[in-house]
Structures are given as C-alpha cells and as structure tokens.
Design a protein around this ligand. Structure first.
Ligand SMILES: [Zn+2]
Length: 454
C-alpha cells in the first residue's frame, strides 16, 4: 500500500469531495424501478475524521429528496443543495475518530451534466447503467467523491425479477420475493467512488476462460441477440488476462465482468472489476479488440493503482493505451514500436499545447493525452530496455497495488530502474508541451515482437 493521500481539494474539481475525512466502507441498499426510473436508497458509510476535529463535513449527492440522515445514530443538522449534502453533527467529531453516517434518499436519477456529456446514472431504453468517470458518482449515491478516497463496498439492489443486476465484485446472494429480486454484491478491494459500476438490463450471462484451471473468474453479461458476435469478439480476453498477469503482475481483484449494454456507447468505460461496452463495440470481427485490452488494463492502472487527483490522469490512460500496443505486439499484430511511430506521426500533425502531467480539466480526456501517454511509456521502455522496463512496470503495479499515486511518485519509481538519470527524458515527455522525438528502440526491444501468444 502506498499512503500518498492528498489533503487538498482536487485542482480540476474543487467542488467534489471533502479531504477532511475518509470513508473506508459503504453499505448501500437500492430499490430501482426501471419503468418510472425511480430510485430509493439507504447508505451507511463508515468513515474516519482526518487530522483536525470535524464540526461539519460534506458528502456529494445530486438533486434527490433526502430523508433521514444520522451521524453515529443521532440526527445532525444538514443542508442539501448544489450537489452537496453538508452535515453538522450534534457533537464535533474528534481528530482521527471513527464515525458512521446514514443517509436515505429517493428520486429520479439522471446523469450529472459535464463537458463530456452526462456522467453517472443513465436510464437506458430498458434498464440503467452507471459510468461515473470522473465526477458522476453522486448521480446515484452519497459519497466522498474523490479518487484518492478508496473504500470497500457492499451493494444491494432490489429490482423487478426480469432484470439482471451486474456490479463489480462478488455476487454474494440473489433472493427473489414475489416479483422482485435482490442482488447483493461485495467489492472488498479499495475502490474509488467513480469506479463503482452497475448495470441493470436484460442480460444472458456467459463465462469466459476456464476458472477451473486457476485463472481469474471472468463473466460476461450480454443481450441474447449479441451473443454470437460477442463470443467471437471477446474470445481472446482470457489470453489478454494471462498476458497482462505476466507483464503487470497478478490481476488485482477477485473477478472480472464485462457488460454489453443494449445501446451504443460513445466509449467503453472501466469500473472496479467490471467494464461496460455498447452494441457498437460488438461487430463479430474483433473490431474493438484494442478497447477490450484497454479496459482490462485499467484494472491494474487506474483501478488498483489509482491517481491521487485528476491531474495525473495520464497514469491511467497512457498505461491503458500502452497495454493496447503490448497486446497487439504479443498477439501477432503490429509491434508497440510500429504503433508508437504511427501515434507520433499523428501527434506531430496536431497542436502541441498539452502537458501530460497536468493537462487541465478541458483536455484531460483529449485523445492526444492517450496517444502521448502511450508514447511516454514507450519512450521509457526504449530508454530502460525491455528487462528493466518490464520489471519497473510490474513493480509499479505491485508496490502501489490498491494504493494512490502521482506523476512525481512515478518519476521516482522509474529512476530506480535506470542506469543513467532519465530526468531530461521525463521532463520533455511529461512536463513540456512540445512533442519530443521518438527514441530509437534499444536492442532488446525486438521489432518483430517479443514472443508469440501467451
Ligand atoms: Zn481508458
């Protein structure tokens, strides 16, 4: 575990989260009716006050009707507006004290508006799904909405029995009473609020790979009419899982699920132990295979190794992009170096006003950040050579497993694997906007790939 918990507000989303306390467990019970899109929830948060006494604190929660609120079993004063539930406990909470918060809420959930479209809870034609990155989680539950505040989750969802409920983590129980079914999932791994995923729909469940052989349990939840194409498109996911475990170290969670929603999605999205795809990512000819690799890689880079705040987003996206290239290289496609050359040509023709280590809120999901992030990782590989590079990568995922990181902690980590200082290289790739030249591959980056299928 790494302990780099920042105590300041997020520079890109200063209104989100409250750094004065942290939550270590959420126990959430939801009742959802898809037809009227009606959600009622209760949440019990187990939290710990920070270094100072708390006379008040805030949770993020969108425009719902808030019912009962309790802190340590007593009614506090509270107000709820502008997406903030501000709570003043009857008695101040001493520094370092453990406390519990209980919140009841209800209403019609809808996405949080953002420059990237709606975030969070989205009602589908028949069902719902949640994709919260970066600040959509309060669209469905009260949370301390900052990536560094990672907690375990117990999530119970009651909904009409015709629907399947898929969440990240282990399905503990599924209980049907009259016409509704309650699904209870637990995610024991520390999880950021934006990574709590959920999907409710008409899905068939299929298993991927062979968990009987000791592999990671992998399930898929797919509309019946997409199953033939799905089974072709996702056939190589178990091989990806084996490759990434070889390159990045053990899969950080207990299981991995993918959902294909019965609608088009702009982009697939990662959640903890779960990835969500749309009908447009299933074509029967593996047209989105690189995205399958990308979302899987986020389970290591982003979900387990999590950024302290959103300035460091390239540590998620650059590594997931590079995992696409590694998958291509190791599965008989173009090598990472060939893909890096193509990305470099693309970026050379575009404006160079993006600083990878602090792109600004406006450019944090710009495609250039993904491409340049992948290129920065490749430049480090070229500088270190394959032996040191893959040790560095595996140790990065291992040392910071379920932890919180920054660009500075990454630079310090990389330095331990370099024979010569890499400061100039890292500064040019991470902290300056102009595009550095692509380094020549070192001798041990084999141009034709480093091996066959895992
Ligand atoms: Zn991504």
């Amino acid at each position: 575990m790494s302990g780099q918990r920042t105590t300041a507000s997020d520079p890109y989303f200063p209104a989100s989260g409250d750094p004065r306390y942290r939550v270590h467990r959420y126990e959430i019970a939801l009742d959802y009716r898809p037809g009227p899109n009606r959600l009622a929830g209760t949440a019990r948060l187990s939290a710990i006050a920070g270094r100072a006494q708390l006379t008040d604190f805030a949770l993020d929660l969108a425009d719902f009707k808030v019912g009962r609120v309790q802190v340590n079993g007593r009614a506090p004063h509270y107000s709820h507006r502008g997406g903030k539930l501000r709570i003043r406990p009857a008695k101040p909470l001493p520094a370092g004290a453990a406390f519990t918060v209980e919140v009841h809420w209800s209403g019609n959930p809808k996405p949080v508006r953002s420059p990237w479209g709606g975030l969070g809870w989205e009602e589908l034609t028949d069902g719902a799904l949640v994709a919260s990155q970066p600040v959509g989680a309060p669209s469905w539950y009260p949370c301390n909405d900052r990536p560094a505040d990672k907690a375990s989750y117990l999530l119970s969802v009651n909904t009409p029995s015709a629907y399947a409920v898929v969440a990240g983590g282990r399905l503990l129980t599924r209980t049907t009473k009259s016409s509704t079914t309650t699904w209870v999932y637990e995610q024991t791994a520390p999880t950021s609020s934006y990574l709590v995923g959920l999907s409710i729909g008409m899905y068939q469940t299929v298993l991927l790979g062979d968990p009987g052989l000791g592999g990671v349990p992998q399930s898929a939840h797919v509309p019946a009419h997409l199953l033939p194409n799905f089974s072709r498109d996702f056939a190589r996911q178990p091989a990806m899982m084996r490759l990434f475990e070889e390159l990045f170290g053990p899969y950080p969670l207990g299981e991995y699920a993918v959902v294909v929603a019965d609608e088009e999605l702009d982009v697939p999205v990662e959640a903890q132990g779960l990835s969500l795809f749309g009908t447009n990512h299933v074509d029967g000819v593996r047209g989105s295979e690189r995205l399958i690799a990308h979302e899987l890689a986020h389970q290591w880079f982003g979900n387990s190794v999590t950024i302290a705040d959103w300035r460091h987003i390239w540590l998620n996206e650059g590594f997931a992009k590079y995992a696409e290239w590694l998958w291509s290289e190791r599965s008989g496609g173009r090598t990472a170096h060939e893909l890096a050359l193509a990305a470099h040509r693309l970026l050379a023709s575009q404006p160079q006003d993006l600083v990878l280590a602090d792109p600004g809120r406006k450019l944090m999901f710009d495609d250039r950040l993904y491409q340049r992030g992948g290129l920065a990782v490749h430049a480090i590989r070229c500088a270190l050579g394959d032996g040191a590079f893959f040790r560095m990568l595996r140790d990065w995922a291992g040392v910071h497993r379920h932890g919180v990181v920054t660009t500075a902690s990454f630079a310090a980590h990389v330095a331990r694997y370099a024979a010569e200082p890499l400061d100039t290289l890292l500064t040019s790739w991470l902290h300056q906007p102009s595009l550095p030249p692509l380094p020549a591959p070192p001798r041990d980056v084999v141009p034709g790939g480093t091996g066959g299928m895992p």
